[in-house]
Design a protein around this ligand. Structure first.
Ligand SMILES: [Zn+2]
Length: 488
């Protein structure tokens, strides 16, 4: 179904399995039309009376590309599409769409985990793929702020918790763009300023962290961890929801910080980037440790995404362009991200070949996007284990679906949160013990559990069919009302 006459080498590269290096969980439950429409687009608000969010590039793309995966004709009416979704059930819909994407591994930002979203392990199981975790820094900080008693406790626990979480993850992620913007002071804040800011923070820890000093402290603490564990740090930049001040989300505004990380060799991955994807391409071209994608831009601009990918390819070194779907809530986002990535790249590369500026024998672009989602996650991936579904290639018959990948652990969102609380309590106790202090309000906990996630993801071997979806575990985290956060 690739639309242009491509050289075999280019076609093979585009049809190879993808690593989705930034995504979120999708909803495990059957959705009403109102619920479904809220997940189309970034506004998170209902469409004005008399209109529908299906009347958008993304809505049209769902009807065009996702309907056939559910055995419907392209462009069916929204009501027909949603009716079929209900008929199949959320589990089957998720399995079909995730597997149709040809994604070989999901790297899941777990900062938005909730009982109604599939966990990272469940994303892998439904998608017949590997799955690993990307740790969202601000979510770790919130957990620490909820439990720390004094500023020194806060600082010690933050470092210890990041080390513990990083041990089971393949990358870290910052949404500092949402909190204070990317034009932050790139220097590491002084210990005195952090203690003073932490004391202010702990006076009202339930507030969202927006203090630039603490956000910089969090980032530099993460830098220390990333350097020790050879992990990349992802940054939300550009396109996001209405919670974002777009004028402060241009990745070029964090050039000073990028420059400061260069001697440390920590990979910086710029996510989304649109409409600053040309700035991002520039940064990737001049800094050896910077990588980029356009993420959810592919899904939301849909038919217009080819032009954006073409603009990214104006300057970005080919081996530094990554793929992500940034799907959140709807498995449609994953499938569409993969569809438009392949279509857009086919068009851009095809034009380069046709004009004589791209080679016919070898892909003009490196196949890096297929299996090197992040530099740290690349080592364990097999590049050829799982083929792209035949229905995308346009040749029949479609292969039998890959067997569901077994979860690496039977964890559920509730279980994960409970384990996290235990780790935080344990970390706080150890730091107080070193200082001989008994201050703090943490309760006794058990020993830190052993790591459950390998450092680098590996593609699972063929497995027995996946068991039925486990029921969502009750969320046992804090009694604090959960504030909806953007799927940055
Ligand atoms: Zn995201």
């Amino acid at each position: 179904m690739l639309p242009v006459d491509l050289p075999d080498a280019v076609r093979d590269a585009l049809l190879a399995p993808l690593v989705d290096h930034h995504c979120h969980g999708v909803r495990r439950d059957d959705l009403s039309r109102a619920q479904f429409e809220l997940l189309i687009g970034e506004s998170r608000t209902p469409a004005p009376p008399g209109t529908t969010h299906f009347d958008t590039p993304l809505g049209a793309a769902i009807r065009r590309w996702c309907a056939p995966v559910l055995d419907l004709e392209p462009h069916v009416a929204p009501a027909v599409y949603l009716g079929r979704r209900q008929e199949l059930g959320a589990g089957e819909v998720n399995r079909r769409l995730l597997q149709a994407s040809g994604v070989v591994a999901f790297l899941v930002d777990t900062g938005l985990e909730a009982p109604d979203l599939l966990s990272a392990a469940e994303m892998g199981r439904h998608g017949g793929a590997a799955a690993d975790e990307i740790v969202r820094l601000e979510q770790v900080e919130q957990d620490i702020a909820d439990t720390a008693a004094v500023a020194v406790d806060y600082m010690d626990s933050l470092g210890e918790e990041l080390v513990a979480r990083a041990a089971r993850a393949v990358g870290l992620k910052s949404i500092i763009a949402y909190r204070c913007g990317l034009d932050f002071d790139p220097s590491r804040p002084s210990r005195g300023s952090v203690i003073a800011a932490a004391n202010r923070r702990l006076s009202d820890p339930r507030e969202r962290l927006v203090d630039p000093i603490l956000l910089r402290h969090l980032l530099w603490t993460a830098v220390d961890v990333a350097r020790d564990r050879a992990l990349p740090i992802q940054f939300h930049t550009g396109y996001g929801d209405a919670d974002l001040d777009m004028s402060r989300a241009d990745p070029a505004q964090m050039t000073g910080f990028i420059r400061a990380l260069q001697p440390l060799g920590i990979p910086v991955v710029l996510l989304h980037c649109y409409p600053f994807h040309r700035q991002a391409a520039y940064l990737a071209s001049v800094f050896p440790h910077v990588y980029v994608d356009v993420g959810l831009t592919l899904t939301h601009t849909a038919a217009g995404s080819a032009r954006i990918l073409d603009e990214l390819l104006e300057l970005v070194p080919f081996h530094k362009q990554l793929f992500s779907s940034d799907c959140y809530g709807l498995a449609e986002g994953c499938h569409l991200g993969a569809v438009y990535f392949r279509l857009g790249m086919a068009g851009a590369l095809g034009r380069r070949v046709e004009s004589g500026s791209g080679a016919r024998q070898t892909p003009p672009a490196s196949p890096t996007w297929r299996a090197r989602a992040t530099p740290a996650a690349s080592t364990g991936f097999d590049r050829s284990r799982r083929p792209v579904p035949a229905d995308f290639r346009g040749d029949a018959p479609a292969p039998a679906r890959a067997p569901g990948a077994a979860a690496r652990s039977p964890e559920t969102p509730g279980r994960r949160s409970a384990d996290r609380r235990t780790r935080i309590r344990t970390a706080g106790r150890s730091s107080r013990r070193r200082r001989g202090s008994t201050a703090g309000r943490r309760r006794p906990g058990t020993a830190r559990p052993p790591p459950r996630w390998p450092h680098a993801a590996t593609v699972p071997a063929p497995r027995a069919p996946a068991p039925a979806d486990p029921p969502p575990a009750p969320r046992r985290r804090s009694a604090r009302p959960r504030v909806a956060r953007p799927p940055a």
